[in-house]
Unconditional design. Structure first.
Length: 277
């Protein structure tokens, strides 16, 4: 899919609409065709429940409700919740007024599979992805809209400057696809940058052959000093000299794909206890 071409005129809020709140990072999508395209990114393979994060006034919700699936929404904004209750009575008791990052989703889905979708607030979008990784055993599919730069970074491959911690951690468990770009003009208020829609599809085998906590720790530590070789950036692991002479330690983190980070973790694992940090 390509980039949407829209007129520069910015839509104005109508009477009765929810007012966007800056502290919540709200930018309401106003273009129905974009909302429909985002809703259609889900495959519904291996699940029949959906959780939409931050539905606002339900522009995406209405298209999700047309699917043969059980739709739940989680929304922290009381004004948006009141709007949804009035305009989408079919959601009934499936509007959850909580903070996605802090809420125990087991109370809603127990141990069942569900997809996550949304027009994500820019200020918490990366935290949302980390929460999804924590719940990967229940989330076979994830799609939605981010700041374009963040969406591109998540889907980026090794060897590029934008490749980083999120790229590695996400791609170890999910296939990541950047789908299309959305301009600021289809939001109210318009953000200052383009947005991007991506889809994450969990791999059939999403278990790692190495210790998972240690893998996360190695990746995060390596990228904290991304300009340095791994020999220098991983000094805190206090590895023996003979291991640090391995050719992989002469590389910088952005040169390693997720599989090489797994190999690196396996090399480190005998000398490190993952639960120390």
């Amino acid at each position: 899919m390509g980039k949407y071409k829209k007129k520069a005129k910015t839509p104005q809020a109508q009477d009765g609409d929810v007012r966007a709140k800056k502290h919540l990072g709200q930018h309401f999508l106003t273009d129905e065709s974009v909302a429909q395209d985002i809703a259609e990114t889900l495959s519904f393979k291996g699940y029949n429940k959906i959780l939409e994060i931050g539905p606002g006034m339900g522009v995406l919700t209405k298209y999700l409700l047309k699917q043969d699936a059980e739709v739940h929404v989680i929304e922290i904004d009381t004004e948006s919740v009141a709007y949804l209750e009035e305009h989408y009575p079919q959601l009934e008791d499936r509007i959850h007024q909580y903070d996605f990052l802090k809420y125990d989703l087991g109370t809603v889905f127990r141990d069942e599979a569900f997809a996550v979708i949304g027009n994500f607030p820019y200020n918490i979008s990366t935290q949302i992805v980390f929460k999804v990784l924590e719940l990967k055993h229940q989330i076979p599919e994830f799609s939605g809209m981010f700041q374009k730069e963040v969406a591109k970074r998540i889907c980026e491959k090794e060897g590029n400057k934008t490749y980083g911690i999120l790229s590695v951690l996400v791609q170890a468990f999910y296939e990541a696809e950047y789908l299309f770009t959305v301009p600021p003009t289809v939001f109210n208020p318009p953000p200052k940058v383009d947005s991007g829609v991506l889809r994450l599809t969990r791999k059939e085998d999403f278990s790692l052959p190495c210790d998972e906590k240690l893998f996360f720790r190695v990746v995060k530590t390596a990228f904290q000093q991304r300009r340095k070789t791994l020999r220098n950036s991983l000094k805190s692991f206090d590895l023996p000299d003979n291991l640090r002479e391995d050719i992989i330690f002469g590389k910088r983190p952005e040169q390693l794909g997720f599989r090489e980070f797994i190999d690196l973790t396996l090399k480190i694992q005998p000398y490190a206890i993952s639960n120390q940090q």
